[in-house]
Design a protein around this ligand. Structure first.
Ligand code: NAP
Length: 415
């Protein structure tokens, strides 16, 4: 029987399966779902020989795991891939350089899509360009399904659900603090970060856009609320610790604000949210906060200057395809703390933790479950086409999947 949109050949296709994170994801899907047991999945990329090597590295023979070849710039090949597929998971990045044709084709063909981008400027461009087509075709597009921004977005979702059950009202102020994390960078992430800094340093309008906390909210959404933003070392009395800026807050805070906007301000019209890193008490904590702030500033300056950017890429940072060792991935973890306050002064503390290194071992599991959730749990959910966030698309269902299958834990910290 030929494949149709209602019964496609593949539930999930991993596009970019040969990327650093794509390989971890592919191994995870093989462990979780085997081949075609419950989830019909396939791998895709631009190089047939690399895909075949990946498949045989998993101990699978040809015919066990379908393999599709498409270049990120080849709309005809992408359309062929999407027309037989329910959900495409993409790890082909930097997305701002390679990702647009696939989003366009998914939006036009009604194919669901999720990815790992953290590039705010690109997400904004995709929403503006393809939201109409996605709404018309029924394609659900969900960006940011890795460490940025699932733990933040679902952490706030989880906290608000508990707050409403306990206090009858959401927390209009929430702060996320990174208590601990261990993990490395891969070449793809570094390339994406450097590309954002490069684009922003050349374009003042983009810099302004990136500083707007509502930049990826629906057009015209502009609450008159001053959002907090930790940009320098400071003491946080609620956590009895010094804090420093957190590099991922630039994307996570935007996604959380979009979740509030899409849910008709479920977290309140005056909702305030920020993120930072805890660096400890006393002079040691203060020095550490100063060091982290200075390090981040130096990286931004280096990323903006062409010779320094070249030297960083050539001698210091990992190249595309490189990343943390399997041992470093295994030893990695993250521990995030959330403090919420209602307008009435009630307080709630929540902890979100994950095993494996956040950017790769854990990210691959989050992305895989997001794709499976779209394909298996929300195929006929009535949730229409458009650009969603992890919290508004998946909510409690993904919290359950991540807790059961991905080493994440969401807990209320009782006083
Ligand atoms: N949100 C998060 O927490 C998080 C965590 C990790 C990574 N990421 C993001 O995920 C992306 C992947 O990261 P990574 O480190 O795994 O990247 P990577 O190892 O550098 O891999 C990039 C992938 O893109 C593919 N590619 C490049 N040009 C292509 C083209 N024209 N057509 C088809 N495929 C093409 C490469 O194919 P070949 O294999 O054939 O060269 C490779 O598979 C990056 O954007 C990174 O920022 C996000």
């Amino acid at each position: 029987m030929p494949a149709t949109r209602n019964s496609p050949t593949h539930d999930v296709v991993v596009f970019g399966a040969t990327s650093f994170v794509g390989q971890i994801l592919t191994r995870y899907l093989a462990e979780q779902f085997g081949t075609h047991d419950g989830l019909k999945w396939a791998i895709a990329g631009r190089s047939e020989s690399k895909l075949a090597a990946l498949r045989s590295g998993l101990g699978l023979k040809a015919g066990k795991l379908p393999l599709l070849v498409a270049d990120a710039a080849d709309e005809v090949a992408l359309r062929r891939m999407c027309e037989n597929t329910r959900v495409v998971i993409s790890t082909v990045g930097p997305y701002a350089l390679y990702g647009e044709p696939l989003v366009k084709v998914c939006a036009e063909t009604g194919t669901d899509y999720c990815d790992l981008t953290g590039e705010v400027q690109w997400i904004r461009r995709m929403i503006r360009a393809y939201e109409k087509a996605a709404k018309k075709s029924g394609a659900r597009i969900v960006h940011c399904c890795g460490f940025d921004s699932i733990p933040s977005d679902l952490g706030v979702h989880f906290l608000q659900r508990e707050a409403k059950a306990r206090f009858g009202a959401p927390c209009t102020e929430v702060r996320m603090r990174v208590k601990g994390m261990r993990g490395g960078f891969s070449g793809g992430t570094v390339a994406s970060l450097m590309n954002v800094v490069k684009e922003a340093s050349a374009d003042p309008a983009l810099r302004k856009e990136l500083s707007n906390p509502y930049s990826i909210c629906p057009e015209g959404y502009a609450p008159k609320v001053r959002q907090p933003d930790v940009r320098s070392p400071q003491y946080d009395a609620d956590f009895d610790s010094w804090v420093a800026p957190f590099v991922m807050s630039a994307i996570n805070t935007r996604i959380v604000q979009r979740s509030n906007a899409l849910s008709k301000q479920d977290y309140g019209a005056d909702f305030r949210y920020d993120e930072a890193m805890l660096t400890g008490r006393g002079i040691k904590g203060q020095l550490a906060a100063t060091g982290v702030t200075a390090g981040l500033a130096a990286m931004m300056v280096a990323g903006a200057l062409p010779p320094a950017r070249w030297a960083l890429g050539r001698f210091v940072l990992p190249a595309p395809g490189e990343g943390p060792s399997p041992e470093a991935q295994r030893k990695g973890y993250f521990d995030l703390r959330f403090l919420g306050r209602t307008d009435g002064g009630d307080e709630l503390r929540v902890k979100v933790t994950g095993d494996r290194d956040p950017g790769y071992g854990s990210t691959a599991k989050m992305l895989g479950q997001a794709g499976a959730c779209l394909a298996l749990d929300f195929a006929d959910s009535g949730r229409g086409g458009g650009f969603w966030t992890p919290a508004t698309m998946f909510g409690d269902r993904l919290v359950e999947r991540l807790t059961a299958h991905s080493g994440l834990a969401f807990e209320v910290l009782e006083a």
